[in-house]
Ligand binder design. Structure first.
Ligand code: SF4
Length: 196
């Protein structure tokens, strides 16, 4: 289990190891099947990958590979690489942008968290998924059934971050003590458990 800097080649294993929060694991899967993310999805996901230790060159490699063959490499370089480089502070204001907080992800209007078919535009699935979609997504992650019911109740009550913390417990078998305010906190807690 990697700690610190990660490479593009490790991402599939991290998703399969269930170390990503649901917002990011569904985005990863949808990107793999659609070979595209909408603008805000790409922003949300690339800033998350940056925050968990994926360097810029590896991020460009990963997204270029994933966007192919739908987007050829030269088109990717022209139309999408700027956004990724911008997020890493290499374009525009050259600001070292942070990952989006859960509150920002939850409140963004344009997201849909892959709730509909087709390309994903980011968002928090605990907010945007139907109860049925949530149950199916958590079952695929082998989340404990009793916990899935509790997660769905929390999500119905609009307690999205608490739902995410409970899902962590249902998936890993251990409580997430600190609360989840950023997607990288879910990842860090999961990696910490796996390396204990
Ligand atoms: Fe992602 Fe945060 Fe929603 Fe969890 S609560 S799925 S980390 S946005």
């Amino acid at each position: 289990v990697p700690v610190g800097e990660i490479s593009a080649g490790q991402l599939a294993g991290l998703v399969a190891g269930r170390h990503f929060p649901l917002c990011m694991s569904v985005m990863y899967e949808r990107l793999a099947s659609e070979h595209h993310l909408k603008h805000w999805g790409l922003q949300q996901f690339s800033l998350f990958l940056k925050s968990i230790g994926l360097p810029l060159e590896q991020a460009l490699l990963f997204f270029r590979q994933q966007f192919a063959p739908r987007t050829p490499g030269d088109k990717f370089n022209k139309e999408y690489a700027y956004n990724v480089r911008y997020n890493y502070g290499q374009e525009g204001k050259r600001q070292d942008w942070s990952e989006w907080s859960c509150v920002k992800i939850i409140n963004q209007e344009v997201g849909g968290a892959c709730a509909g078919a087709g390309e994903c535009n980011g968002g928090c699935p605990y907010k945007t998924y139907s109860a049925e979609q949530l149950r199916a997504a958590l079952s695929r992650l082998n989340c404990n059934d009793k916990v899935i019911r509790e997660v769905v109740d929390k999500a119905r009550g609009k307690h999205y971050q608490l739902a995410c913390g409970l899902a962590f417990e249902g998936i890993t078998g251990s409580p997430q003590e600190t609360g989840i305010n950023k997607p990288s906190e879910y990842y860090a807690s999961s990696i910490e458990l796996a390396t204990q």
